[in-house]
Design a protein around this ligand. Structure first.
Ligand code: AMP
Ligand code: ZN
Length: 137
């Protein structure tokens, strides 16, 4: 299903042109308009899912397999030294387009791209609380 006012529905389904580097029945991969690095691309399903929580299992599997395939191509063709997969869910996590997408960000030695956080430390109390809370039922 598509959503009427969703720009990524339109881009993924070719209603709006994009700098496409890959397309199949389920996904389009196109270059990000505001790239973090040379080759920054987005894996976008043709069907509308707002975020990871809505994504079905089949699309989950295919999205990761596609990340591997396009990532390998980036390594070969762009000569990148590394690759970040970034996938934001919810405003609090930095999501700005509410149609599931996965960022493929090729990384180059000393490229200065800032994907980082300040490491905290896991206290024994927090560890006990969280493993109890989040552990498998
Ligand atoms: P996020 O913050 O994870 O929701 O990322 C949304 C991404 O979509 C940003 O990196 C934008 O630069 C990118 N973006 C938004 N509109 C377009 C567009 N029309 N074509 C390509 N990339 C886009
Ligand atoms: Zn959409």
């Amino acid at each position: 299903m598509r959503e009427e006012n969703c720009i990524f529905c339109k881009l993924a389904n070719g209603e709006i042109p994009s700098a496409t580097i890959y397309e199949d029945e389920d996904f389009r991969v196109f270059l990000d308009l505001n790239p973090a690095s040379r080759g920054h691309a987005l894996i976008v399903p043709k069907e509308h899912f707002a975020d990871l929580f809505e994504l079905d299992e089949e699309h989950c599997r295919k999205a990761l397999a596609l990340a591997k395939k396009i990532g390998a191509r980036m390594k070969e063709k762009l000569g990148c030294d590394g690759l970040n997969l970034v996938q934001n869910n919810g405003e609090a996590a930095g999501q700005t387009v509410f149609h599931f997408h996965m960022h493929l960000i090729p990384r180059y030695e000393a490229d200065g791209v800032g994907i980082s956080w300040k490491p905290g430390s896991l206290t024994p109390e927090a560890s006990a609380e969280l493993t109890a809370l989040l552990g498998a039922e």
